[in-house]
Design a protein around this ligand. Structure first.
Ligand code: TYM
Length: 331
């Protein structure tokens, strides 16, 4: 059985982008795989997090994963800092990865912005830690949204260089599993920017904790253009906001954009937005309700994470020990 690893940063409330790009796929992949799903708190602090908020968001995200259908009995849900194997292997990989490779990472450039010199060193070596997350379990399949593909390519380069430098065949190749639709959900305020849990504008995203009224308001305010919806999906190419909203409705209702446009093409955004609102409310209501129920019992959620970390450690410990032996550490 192939092993799956994926992670999400507890740096905010997960968005519809996280759901369609990753979490929904995590749920589906439980069938037929051994899965580890990780709240990557070490990654989250590469940009400053309020400690109380980080703790609360870690539990909220755990609740959202379970409410979305992740089964913590059959699979492993845990927070990254609870297993020191990640940080140990990341250090070794810091010494394998080349600075030139990290300089090509577009996410660092986006996140560091203009003040690159002022970004944390952690943000810079972030992709090495991400590679360590996956490699510490010899996981081979990694369900992620489109924005993480470059990091996965880097992880493969690091694994290959480790194997080559030490003359071993120890770390396997890793494959990004990107959903066929909605691999990149865009902001509701600007169709050229990714929907993000760290965007300063709450109106730019649907949070997985938003209630029916919040969803209705955000979709009503979502940016569109003055033209009616096209009938041909090819005509969405030059219309980023329209394309994004059609993609979201298609993904949530398990249809293709062409099928959505067969229903809504030729008409204005009003009736389309009503249908999108209804679909979002219907798809997210069970998740928000179950999340609220689970959050009423933080002790249970902490227990899930603690047990998950123990099971994760049992898998990673022999692998990371062997990596340490290969590089020549005395144990
Ligand atoms: P993060 O927390 O930014 O996002 C978690 C997952 O959600 C996907 N995603 C999106 N998909 C579609 N549209 C969007 N607008 C959107 N925004 C986010 C991301 O692609 C991701 O799959 N570096 C990772 C976390 C990580 C990780 C790992 C992932 C750490 N270690 C090891 C896989 C394996 C990140 O920042 O995710």
């Amino acid at each position: 059985m192939q092993r799956i690893f994926s992670g999400i940063q507890p740096s905010g409330i997960p968005t519809l982008g996280n759901y369609l790009g990753a979490i929904r796929n995590w749920v589906a992949l439980q069938q037929g795989h051994e899965c580890l799903y990780c709240l990557v708190d070490l990654h989250a602090i590469t940009t400053w997090q309020d400690p109380a908020a980080l703790r609360a968001q870690t539990l909220t995200q755990t609740a959202i994963l379970l409410a979305s259908g992740i089964d913590p009995e059959r699979h492993i849900v845990f927070n990254q800092s609870a297993n020191s194997a990640h940080a140990r292997l990341a250090w070794i990989l810091n010494c394998v990865a080349r600075i030139g490779w990290l300089n090509r990472m577009t996410q660092f450039k986006d996140k560091a912005g203009k003040d690159r010199e002022g970004a944390s060193a952690g943000l810079y070596v972030y992709p090495n830690l991400m590679a360590a997350d996956i490699m510490a379990y010899h996981a081979t399949r990694v369900p992620v949204g489109d924005d993480q593909k470059q990091h996965l390519e880097l992880a493969n380069d690091i694994a290959q260089k480790f194997n080559h430098d030490y003359g071993v065949d120890f770390f396997p190749a890793m494959e990004a599993v990107v959903p066929p639709a909605a691999a990149r959900v865009m902001s509701l305020r600007d169709g050229t920017r990714k929907m993000s849990k760290s965007d300063p504008s709450d109106q730019s995203r649907i949070n997985l904790t938003d209630d029916a009224d919040a969803i209705a308001l955000k979709i009503r305010r979502a940016k569109t253009d003055p033209e009616p919806l096209p009938t041909d999906p090819a005509d969405l190419e030059a219309r980023p906001e329209a394309r994004n909203l059609v993609t979201i409705l298609a993904a949530l209702s398990d249809r293709t954009p062409a099928e959505v446009l067969a229903e809504h093409g030729g008409s204005g955004f009003g009736p389309f937005k009503d249908a999108l609102t209804q679909q979002l409310q219907q798809s997210l209501a069970p998740i928000t309700a179950e999340t609220r129920r689970l959050l009423a019992d933080p002790g249970y959620l902490q227990g899930v994470l603690r047990r998950g970390a123990g099971r994760a450690q049992a898998i990673s410990e022999p692998i990371v020990r062997e990596a340490e032996r290969i590089v020549g550490f005395v144990s």
